[in-house]
Design a protein around this ligand. Structure first.
Ligand code: ZN
Length: 274
């Protein structure tokens, strides 16, 4: 009994630079809450990463997408794989179940994306596989299992023009928060408030000035956010890796956060239990 979180993708939108110590896939995190499986983001390769850690993506029933950038949301590929998994194993009714959570505008737009991929099917799926889409509007809260709530908080990303949310998963074993992609903003701090585990993006390098207001976090801003939110344990993801980890941590301290923080790499496992 407990909550296990597995980092399936901690990387960025390009393959890792040669100078990087690790090869890291784009974003995806598995939460296993007493057997309820929830993915936070689902990028290219997430289902293959799942397989490497002994999970069958066919049993993933909940997928929460922070925003639709391709390094976070290879959703057509995942849904096709789920559907085909059911065709190849038609005695497994569980494989036909999948609920996708994402910002309301992205739900509205996904029908066109699916039709682009599968024009022959008039927007339908296959083999009794019909994913359910749940729009996450401002401060939505959805129960996904007994005692488990998924909450979304609008955040600022991509000039504020891309519908984006941070997630907060409240469970009997503790709270996991995930930034998605975002600048420092009130929604992010609310999502991470007193979180036991905060999976936080750090896309911008030390000292970067976001003059264009694109919307990511520098290490200094990570420090400010984590201090304001009082996050307990912080794991950095979505970092390019060209700054030394010790320098990044020093910047986070300068931003005001003195708690437990380190960089995550793919296949890190974190557990919460009581
Ligand atoms: Zn993004």
């Amino acid at each position: 009994m407990g909550l296990k979180v597995i980092a399936l993708g901690t990387g960025v939108c390009s393959n890792c630079y040669m100078s990087c110590e690790y090869d890291r896939r784009p974003l995806g995190f598995l939460l296993d809450i007493d057997g309820t499986l929830l993915l936070l983001d689902c990028a290219e390769g997430t289902r293959h990463q799942l397989q490497k850690v002994g999970y069958d993506y066919g049993y993933v029933q909940h997928v929460a997408i922070s925003h639709a950038h391709p390094d976070h949301a290879a959703l057509p590929q995942f849904l096709q794989a789920k559907s085909c998994r059911r065709i190849f194993n038609d005695d497994h009714n569980e494989f036909g179940v999948c609920t996708v959570y994402m910002p309301e505008k992205l739900v509205e737009g996904f029908d066109a994306v699916w039709r682009w991929h599968v024009p022959e099917n008039e927007g339908k799926y296959w083999a009794e596989f019909t994913p359910r889409f749940v729009p996450m509007s401002e401060a939505s809260a959805v129960g996904i299992a007994p005692g488990v709530e998924l909450k979304s908080y609008p955040v600022y990303h991509a000039f504020g023009r891309h519908p984006s949310v941070a997630y907060r998963v409240e469970t009997p074993y503790g709270v996991v928060a995930y930034s998605g992609d975002t600048a420092k903003c009130p929604g992010l701090i609310e999502a991470a408030r007193d979180a036991d585990l905060f999976i936080c993006e750090q896309s911008f390098r030390i000292g970067f000035q976001d003059k264009a207001k694109y919307g990511h976090l520098t290490p200094f801003e990570v420090g400010e956010v984590c201090q304001e939110a009082n996050a307990q344990h912080v794991r950095l993801v979505h970092y390019i890796g060209l700054d030394a980890e010790s320098d990044v941590i020093a910047e986070i301290r300068r931003g005001g956060y003195n708690g437990d923080v380190k960089r995550a790499v793919d296949f890190d496992v974190w557990t919460l239990d009581q």
